[in-house]
Write a protein that binds this ligand. Structure first.
Ligand SMILES: [Ca+2]
Ligand SMILES: [Ca+2]
Length: 267
């Protein structure tokens, strides 16, 4: 910064001096201040009133200072703290801290460049002087180098068997009557409508149960109960089996109402 202020002041001085010469305002006697050759190392001396300024050379060797006595240190203006240089030149080297690179240590090092995460399905996340691996299911560790058990006792529900699948995760082999990723769903065995004749279907585990309406029986309620089986018609009347009841076709000379018979199956 000191160098910048001095250089700026000398630039202004030179500019004002040149303008005053051009305008004829500067007295020739004032130029005598440079006669003592106060500027060193080949610097150019510029008179200004009763003062002077030294314009330091910029090559082949750079100098600085009010009299251009000092070798220019490029590290003095370098944007890094750990700097080495060749004094008298413009060359400097910034020694970057870990994680940064570039001439002025302003670029982030991509720690993922070396592909530190194992496995084709792993993802590397570049950080500040670090990286982290996002591992696929079934693998883990800092670099996804280890197999990780994803199965626990709770993973597969309802008695399902858990199996670790490398590079995938886990898979459940469900007990009969259950399905889903974790065997969490009870299969609806009533969805195929196995019960007939208006029966109500109740879903069970790997099974179903039919509750028949009056007049039918059987596991699927597909059997029409024969209400004539007890031969309810008297005097040689002909029995007519119907749903949940029967009718009697009476022989000539007889009449009467048929007895209704209900057979209920409990729910
Ligand atoms: Ca079921
Ligand atoms: Ca019947």
């Amino acid at each position: 910064m000191e160098f910048g202020r001095v250089w700026s002041r000398h630039q202004r001085t030179l500019l004002i001096t040149m303008m005053m010469f051009k305008m004829g305002l500067l007295c020739t006697a004032a130029a005598d201040t440079c006669l003592s050759s106060p500027c060193n190392n080949g610097a150019t001396c510029v008179d200004h009133l009763e003062d002077y300024a030294c314009l330091c050379p910029k090559g082949p060797v750079w100098y600085t200072g009010a009299y251009c006595d000092d070798l220019y240190d490029p590290c003095s203006l370098a944007p890094c703290t750990n700097c080495t240089s060749q004094p008298g030149t413009s060359a400097y080297t910034c020694h970057c801290p870990d994680g940064l690179t570039g001439l002025n240590c302003t670029e982030d090092v991509d720690e993922c460049q070396s592909n530190p995460c194992e496995g084709a399905r792993s993802n590397c996340v570049n950080g500040e002087n670090s990286y982290s691996c996002l591992c696929p299911l079934g693998s883990g560790g800092e670099d996804c180098q280890g197999n990780v058990t994803t199965c626990s006792e709770e993973t597969c529900q309802n008695g399902g068997t858990c199996m670790d699948i490398p590079d995938f995760g886990h898979r459940c082999q469900c007990a009969a009557g259950y399905h889903g990723m974790d065997c969490e769903e009870n299969v609806d065995e009533c969805s195929s409508e196995p019960c007939h004749n208006g029966a109500i279907c109740k879903d069970r585990v790997d099974a179903y149960q039919c509750f028949c309406v009056p007049g039918f029986q059987g596991y699927h309620c597909d059997l029409d109960i024969n209400e004539c089986a007890s031969q309810p018609c008297q005097n040689n009347g002909t029995c007519l089996d119907q749903v949940d009841h029967y009718g009697c076709d009476c022989a000539p000379g007889f009449k009467g109402e048929a007895l209704l018979s209900y057979i209920w199956l409990g729910f």
